[in-house]
Structures are given as C-alpha cells and as structure tokens.
Design a protein around this ligand. Structure first.
Ligand SMILES: Nc1nc2c(c(=O)[nH]1)N[C@H]1C(S)=C(S)[C@@H](COP(=O)(O)OP(=O)(O)OC[C@H]3O[C@@H](n4cnc5c(=O)[nH]c(N)nc54)[C@H](O)[C@@H]3O)O[C@H]1N2
Ligand SMILES: Nc1nc2c(c(=O)[nH]1)N[C@H]1C(S)=C(S)[C@@H](COP(=O)(O)OP(=O)(O)OC[C@H]3O[C@@H](n4cnc5c(=O)[nH]c(N)nc54)[C@H](O)[C@@H]3O)O[C@H]1N2
Ligand code: SF4
Ligand SMILES: [Mo]
Length: 685
C-alpha cells in the first residue's frame, strides 16, 4: 500500500508530522483501518520527505499499538523505583497532583520543577499548554540545555542566529564536509541530498572520531580525537592564510575581527593540530586545500562536536570558515547547523510568560538534574526541589551521571509526576504516572531544525486506552488548581493557530499538511549577518563582555586523554541508528536490529586488555560502571571507545546504561552537558 503522490486528507489517510528530535521533521501519511493505525509512511508530496521515512518511524504503528502502552493513570504502591504501581482513575490522579502541588506552591512554587525536552518537538504538545500552567503556578524555570545549547550559543555569537544554508542546496555543492554528524543515522534526508551531490561529482568528507556508517560512505574520513575540532579548524585557517585561499573582499566587507583571528590561526600550523587531533599532517593539509580551492563548499555541522568542554569554541571556529573563503556567496556554499531560528514562532502568545506577573522564578539546568535533586535549600540554590513534573523526556536514562540522577529521583520525599507512553526508567520513579497520547492521537504543529517548512499534524486515531494529550492533562490540572484564566480553555487547534499567528498560511497546512517559509536562497551572499555588527563575528564582543575569549580557540577537554593513568580511554556515546535517544528501545523489531548494549573498541585497545569480540566487559570510572558487550572493531579509533546509546537502563545488562559514566560538567558556552568528554577504563567482566 503506497500513499498516492498527492495524498488527500480523509478518515482513512491522515496527514501528519514526525514528532521526533531529528532535523528532518518528515511529513507523515498514516493509513487507518477500523480505528487503528496500520501504516505510517512518508508523504511523497513533501519535497524533503520525498515519501521516505527512517526505519524507526516506519515502525510507528508498532510503537503506537504496543502492548506495553500505558493505558490508565497509575499510582505508586511500592518503594521508589521498584516499579510497583496500581491503576487509579483520572479524577483521583488529578486531585492528588493538584493537592500536592498546591500545598508546595503555598510555601514556594519554585520548589516545583517542570522537566521536559523533545520527546515530541511539537509546539503544542511540547510547551504549548505546559508553559502556561507552570508560568501561572510560578514554578522554577527549566534551562533546556541537554542537546544543543552550546552549539546554538556559539552559532548565535558568530553568525547571529540559528540560521544557515538551506538543506536542499547541498545538492549543488562540490565539496561537503560532514562535521560531527552520523548523517545516515540521524539526518537521513540530508544524506540523500548529499548522495545526489556525490552523483554530480561532489567530494564528501566526514570528520568524526568514530568510523560511522556515514564515514564509511564518504570519500575521506578524518578520525580526530574527541574535543579537538577547534584545533583542526584553526589549522585549516592557517593553511587558507599561508596559501592565500582567502576571499579578501568578503572578509573586508562582511566580517569582524579578522586581524586578531589571523594572528590566532597562524599559531596553529598543521603539525601542531595533527599532534592535538591525532591525525596525519597530510590529511589536514589535503582538507585545507580542498576547502580553499573548491567552490561551492558546504559544511553540515552537527551536534557531535559540541558535547565536550570546548564545544562552543569548536562550533565558533568551524562557523568562521565559510566567511574566510567566501563560501556564503553561493547558495550551495556556507554552513548548516540549525535552521530553527528561521521560524517566526509566536512564543509569548503560546507560552504566556506574562502569567508570571512580577514573579521571577529561579532557573534549574536540566543537564545537572542529578545535582539539583540532591541540593538542599540554600541562598544560592533557593528552595530544595520538592516536586518534579516530567513530560516528553526520560531523564533517568538520558541525563549525565545517572548515579546521581537516580539517587535524586529515589528521594522518598520528592513528589514526581511522569506523563509517558511507556513505563520508562523515569516512570519507574514516579509517584503518579499519567498515560499520554502519541503523535497519531493528537493535533500539533512543527517547526524544524534541519529545513524551513512548517508541518501540521492531525490526529489519525482516537487516544489509545484512557490516555490524554499533554495539553489535555495540563488543561485539566489547571482546572483542578483553580486557574481560571481563559487561556486554559484554548483547544489544540487554537494552539496550533497561535504558534505562528498570521505568519504562516493555516489553510495551506490544513489542506496539504506543510507550508514553506519564505526564506532567502543564499542568506549571507551579501553579508547581512544578524549579529550586533551585522558581520560574521570572528571576534565577539558579547563573549568578551562575559569574560570569555572573544576569539575561538581550542579548549582542551576536562577529561583529557593521557591525563589520568587509571582511565586511559576516551569514551563517546553517540546514538544507535535504530533508536532515537532512549525512544524506541522498547520496540522489539528495532531492538532486534541493535541487538544489545555494546562498546566499540579498537583491536589494539582490546588485545592489551584480553578482550575478545562479543565478551562482556565492565566499563568504569570514578562515577560508576556499566556492563555491555565488547565489539572489537575499527569503527573505534585507538584510544577512543564508542558506547552507543541510549539504552533503557532496565533493558541493559545490569540495570545501567552509558550515562552511568558521563559527568555533570558543563560546556564553555550554553551551559550544556559534556557527554563526549569522558575518560574510562575497560576490563573483561
Ligand atoms: N537515529 C537517530 N537519529 C537521531 C538521534 C538518535 O538518537 N538516533 N538523535 C537526534 C538528536 S536528539 C540529535 S541532537 C541529533 C544529533 O545529530 P548529530 O549531531 O548529527 O549527532 P549524531 O548522529 O549523534 O552524530 C554525532 C557524531 O559526532 C561524533 N562525535 C563525537 N564526538 C565528536 C567530536 O569531538 N568531534 C566530532 N567532529 N565528532 C564527534 C560521533 O561519533 C557521532 O558520529 O540527531 C537526532 N537524530
Ligand atoms: N550519553 C549520552 N546521553 C545523551 C545523548 C548522547 O548522545 N549520549 N544525547 C542527548 C541528547 S542530544 C538529547 S536531545 C537527550 C534526549 O533526551 P529526551 O528528550 O529525554 O529523549 P528521549 O530519550 O527520546 O525521551 C523522550 C520521552 O518522551 C516521551 N514522549 C514522546 N512524545 C510524548 C508526548 O507527546 N507526551 C509525553 N508525555 N511523552 C512523550 C517518549 O515516550 C520518551 O520516553 O539525551 C541526551 N543524552
Ligand atoms: S526520525 Fe527523522 S528521519 Fe525518521 S521519520 Fe522522523 S523526522 Fe524523518
Ligand atoms: Mo538532541
């Protein structure tokens, strides 16, 4: 059953959007039979989806009608984390929550913390009603840093916003550098475009410590040490300068801080960078030549490089490159990290921060939730956290340093509510679990961080069991708390319309499911960077004012390889291709493909430790230990092990996952986690 070329909305064919935290934001077509979703396919009429979905979401009907779906509210009846729950009715659940939150709020609403991320990227089921609820309550604010804030801050300080090339124009590039991204796994529709460029003669280069599926298919792979991208970028600049592969006119007219950057880059001859990055000098020299002499040259920068101490500086260094060679002059040249800044989202209308009134609650950083849950009341911190409301996230599995996260969630005095589809590691620690609808059961509207189309998602089927959408749950909670503001009566379609106001034609969304934003083809062909200076800011006064280096530099990892003889291996933990963060780990057909939690280790590192392929190993450091199967493989470079993520702890070998080992240190910019800045030792278990 293939969807027609131009699928039309009907009871049996429903147009939607993929809700997942993925740059592709695909347009979906769901086929419904007898009230069940029987097939979820890519919408062929949406140019970037082109009728194709990844393997994960092609299994969406399986996930939605999964036998383990949560179908009714639950309350805890055993010790925290034991997973012992009894079903209760919605009224009891909502009354209990409203009473507990009300009592805490009467003392200090900041003792209540929302915890959410991008389980759904929808603007409505994300923070649409939730933000209104928490603003009205006066709860702590959440700093949503767990994924992209280091890179976002860096890009904003350099280019002026989360903007860049349009993804479709990569098809015309002659050189594509895929930098810190396993595009085949995590940005499939970009990869299809890169393939088209390759057929037209483009050269593809991958920069990644891991020999990923993407690295396999590129012409060149630079397997640098984790956390050394800025050193590589500075050496590329060194070569551009010494060979005069520069666009002097573009630099003079559209950049700021060139003399200072030039001086800095001249301190990074390829030999120095080769030493730091663990790369052959020739590879750096060759890449510089290719980048300096090929037009149009495009960089697909993704988030892999920013999950280390110097992640912000690394993104800044890379983001300077296109201006140096004038790559921005072409629509197929420049750089794309995120396109999310293009979308005219009406955040104030949607989130209603005005409901705070005069109150200015403190902000809790989601990346250090372990520390935060274990912190006592103090002048610096404010009140101890007494209640946590988790939705669209699975922090017990995905937040760094799980040992502390689990200890925090296990506090018997903490009141935890979890809105979920499944009994995740986090739901296990809840006092009340509320069953939530999936994307096939609710309305939503979507921006994207990999393209510039708006997508509308219609419900294809009725809520499964007694599940309710996040918006419905927060509306009902607002009513139970006695909140009477009219905004708590807005239905989901109203929220969908509010998200972009009149900036997007809603009728187009209703009929075809997607609408293109009107964005320029080559955003910086003539400069016009949305920075304070209007230029590409090699030097950032805003960063200098914060006491940071105003120029990008190489900032070594906190846990630098060679600095601790007990833990000689650097560990990175990029996602497994068939999971999306911790989502899909419980979908059997996908777990069957991934097999088991594993650690890729280079043959040299394995043999000195007596580790054979497929043996059970213990991976450990001072923070904890994690058991999984060793995959002795050249996907790992010497000195670096790859612990593919993010398994549910309870589906892992001994009830832990890779975040048992990661730390709660933060990046140089954006207060983000440093998942890939982590030293470990490995031994046969
Ligand atoms: N299949 C799948 N797709 C996903 C996700 C998923 O879990 N599974 N997650 C989604 C989410 S939340 C996000 S944020 C995006 C992320 O999308 P990307 O940023 O493209 O992330 P990854 O595909 O994880 O690629 C990161 C790559 O960076 C490499 N890397 C690690 N450390 C370094 C380093 O120091 N320097 C460089 N140059 N590379 C490094 C890793 O080995 C990995 O191959 O993907 C989204 N798409
Ligand atoms: N070691 C290591 N850790 C990492 C990373 C890494 O690369 N390495 N990557 C990090 C990154 S990039 C990210 S973005 C975070 C991701 O962390 P999270 O945002 O927590 O992502 P998921 O693990 O996918 O969990 C999302 C949960 O939301 C639920 N959900 C989905 N839709 C809805 C809905 O409509 N309503 C409700 N109530 N629930 C819903 C899903 O069932 C799922 O359990 O993890 C981070 N953690
Ligand atoms: S996860 Fe990404 S590639 Fe897969 S369907 Fe969703 S948006 Fe498309
Ligand atoms: Mo992410």
């Amino acid at each position: 059953m293939t969807p027609p070329d131009k699928p039309l909305q009907s009871d049996a064919i429903v147009l939607g959007a993929c809700p997942h935290d993925c740059p592709d934001t695909c347009a979906l077509v769901t086929t419904v039979q007898d009230g069940r979703a029987v097939k979820v396919q890519g919408n062929p009429a949406h140019p970037l989806t082109d009728g194709v979905l990844c393997a994960k979401v092609a299994k969406y009907a399986e996930r939605t009608h999964h036998p383990d779906r949560l179908l009714q509210p639950l309350k805890r009846v055993g010790p925290k984390g034991s997973g012992q729950f009894a079903p209760i009715g919605w009224d009891e659940a909502l009354t209990t929550i409203a009473e507990r939150l009300g009592a805490i709020a009467a003392r200090d609403p900041q003792a209540i913390v929302p915890y959410s991320y991008a389980g759904t990227m929808g603007l409505v089921q994300g923070e649409g009603m939730a933000a209104r609820f928490f603003h009205r309550l006066g709860a702590s604010l959440l700093d949503r840093t767990i994924c992209a804030s280091a890179g976002a801050e860096a890009l904003t300080q350099t280019l002026g916003g989360k903007l860049g090339m349009r993804v479709q124009h990569f098809a015309e590039s002659q050189l594509i550098v895929i930098w810190g991204s396993n595009a085949i796994g995590s940005n499939l529709h970009f990869w299809r475009i890169a393939q088209e460029a390759k057929r037209r003669g483009a050269r593809l280069v991958c920069i990644d410590p891991r020999k990923s599926e993407t690295a396999d298919k590129c012409h060149e792979h630079l397997a640098l040490r984790p956390g050394t991208d800025a050193a590589l970028a500075l050496a590329l600049m060194h070569q551009l300068i010494t060979h005069d592969w520069l666009d002097h006119d573009y630099i003079a007219r559209h950049t700021l801080g060139w003399d200072a950057l030039r001086e800095r880059a001249l301190q990074w001859p390829p030999e120095r960078a080769a030493e730091v990055c663990g790369l052959p000098v020739q590879q750096i020299v060759d890449l510089a030549r290719a980048y300096g002499t090929t037009q149009p040259a495009a960089i697909r920068l993704n988030y892999g490089m920013q999950r280390v101490r110097g992640g912000g500086n690394a993104v800044r260094a890379v983001a300077c490159l296109p201006a140096l060679v004038g790559a921005w002059r072409h629509r197929a040249g420049g750089l794309l990290m995120s396109s999310s800044g293009e979308f005219p989202i009406q955040r104030a209308a949607l989130h209603r921060p005005d409901l705070l009134g005069e109150r200015r609650p403190r902000t809790i950083n989601m990346s250090t939730i372990g520390q935060a849950l274990l912190a006592d009341t103090s002048a610096d911190f404010g009140p101890q956290i007494e209640a946590l409301v988790v939705y669209n996230s699975n922090p017990v599995a995905v937040a760094p340093q799980s040992g502390e996260v689990v200890r925090g969630f296990a506090r018997e005095d903490l009141f935890t509510v979890v809105l979920e589809h499944f009994m995740t590691d986090t739901a296990d620690y809840a006092d009340i679990v509320l069953p939530a609808t999936t994307q096939l059961e609710h309305w939503d509207i979507h921006s994207s961080y990999g393209h510039t189309d708006v997508l509308l998602n219609r419900p294809a089927i009725a809520p499964v069991g007694d599940s309710r959408s996040n918006t419905d749950i927060f509306r009902a909670l607002a009513a139970h708390m006695g909140f009477t503001e009219p905004c708590f009566n807005d239905d989901d379609l109203t929220l969908c319309r509010t998200a972009f106001g009149d900036r997007v034609d809603f009728d187009t969304l209703l009929t075809q499911g997607f609408a293109h934003l009107d964005v320029p083809d080559a955003p910086f062909a003539d400069g016009g960077f949305p920075t304070p200076s209007g230029r590409c800011e090699f030097f950032s006064q805003r960063l200098a004012d914060q006491g940071q280096d105003g120029l990008p530099d190489h900032v070594p990892n906190y846990e630098l390889a060679g600095s601790d003889s007990r833990y000689p291996l650097a560990m990175i933990s990029p996602p497994a291709r068939n999971f999306l963060n911790s989502t899909f780990v419980n979908v059997q057909s996908l777990r069957d493909i991934e097999g088991e939690p594993l650690l890729e280790i280079h043959p040299d590192d394995a043999s000195v430790r007596g580790i054979a392929d497929q043996t059970l190993v213990r991976v450990f450091n001072d923070r904890g230990s994690y058991h999984c199967a060793a995959h002795v493989s050249r996907r790992a470079r010497p000195g670096v092990v790859n612990g593919l993520g993010i398994w549910w702890r309870k589906l892992g070998v001994r009830g832990t996952n890779v975040n048992e080992l990661t730390s709660q240190q933060l990046t140089d910019m954006g207060r983000a986690p440093v998942f890939y800045d982590c030293l470990v030792q490995v031994e046969p278990a």
